[in-house]
Design a protein. Structure first.
Length: 229
């Protein structure tokens, strides 16, 4: 007769636990929110809703300075957002849903890619304008204005909407986010997906939401158990 092995526990294996503290995600989210808001404000100031003439752009030293500062901050915004994504995934751990995790990762990476493409378009326009011996042609301004706005509103923010929806759904299912943050996430996602091309400055809804998520992660309990209220 076979004798049962001794020294083995009859308890089922425990599921993997997330890191003890979500502070890395919170700090990265706050840093990204501040940098992203500064970049959006700078681009909105230089590229207003109704574009000025090429003469005004070429002779505006303050406008070129604002654009230069915004483009200098943009790579750091992208890096902090990638850190925010990685810290969030580490915090969620093995509990993540494969479908929403894929959408989360794809939306976030495409958002960063579109953000860098926007910076390339705006920086190219600035270099050409600075190198022009006289006033740059009006076609240059119209082309750069349209390309920058299209990348910002139609592509960057739509990918941000996908990321917001996926993150909010994961946070809701795992009870990581309180109810108010879940509602805020779906509202921001809808704004970025539907009305961002029609309402000026609505792009700022995304860094505001990331700031709310970052603050919530910083205020969460250190054992990772952020419960819904």
């Amino acid at each position: 007769m076979a004798v049962p092995a001794t020294g083995q526990s009859d308890q089922p294996p425990q599921p993997p636990q997330p890191p003890r503290s979500p502070r890395a995600a919170g700090v990265a989210g706050i840093v990204f929110a501040v940098l992203c808001a500064a970049v959006i404000v700078g681009i909105r100031i230089v590229f207003p809703e109704l574009p000025p003439t090429a003469d005004q752009w070429h002779t505006s030293t303050s406008g070129r300075t604002v654009l230069r500062v915004a483009l200098a901050l943009l790579p750091f915004a992208g890096i902090s957002f990638l850190w925010f994504m990685g810290a969030l995934r580490a915090f969620i751990g093995g509990r993540e849903d494969k479908f929403f995790a894929t959408v989360f990762l794809g939306g976030g990476l495409l958002f960063v890619a579109m953000l860098f493409a926007l910076a390339t378009a705006a920086d190219s326009m600035r270099d050409v304008a600075d190198a022009s011996p006289g006033d740059p042609p009006p076609e240059l301004w119209r082309y750069s204005h349209h390309l920058t706005y299209t990348l910002l509103s139609s592509y960057c923010m739509r990918m941000a909407a996908v990321f917001t929806f996926a993150t909010t759904t994961i946070g809701h299912r795992l009870r990581l986010f309180p109810r108010w943050l879940v509602v805020l996430g779906y509202i921001v996602g809808a704004i970025l997906l539907v009305v961002v091309t029609r309402v000026p400055w609505s792009e700022l809804a995304f860094p505001v939401w990331v700031l709310a998520v970052g603050c919530r992660m910083l205020s969460g309990r250190p054992n990772g158990g952020v419960t819904s209220r």
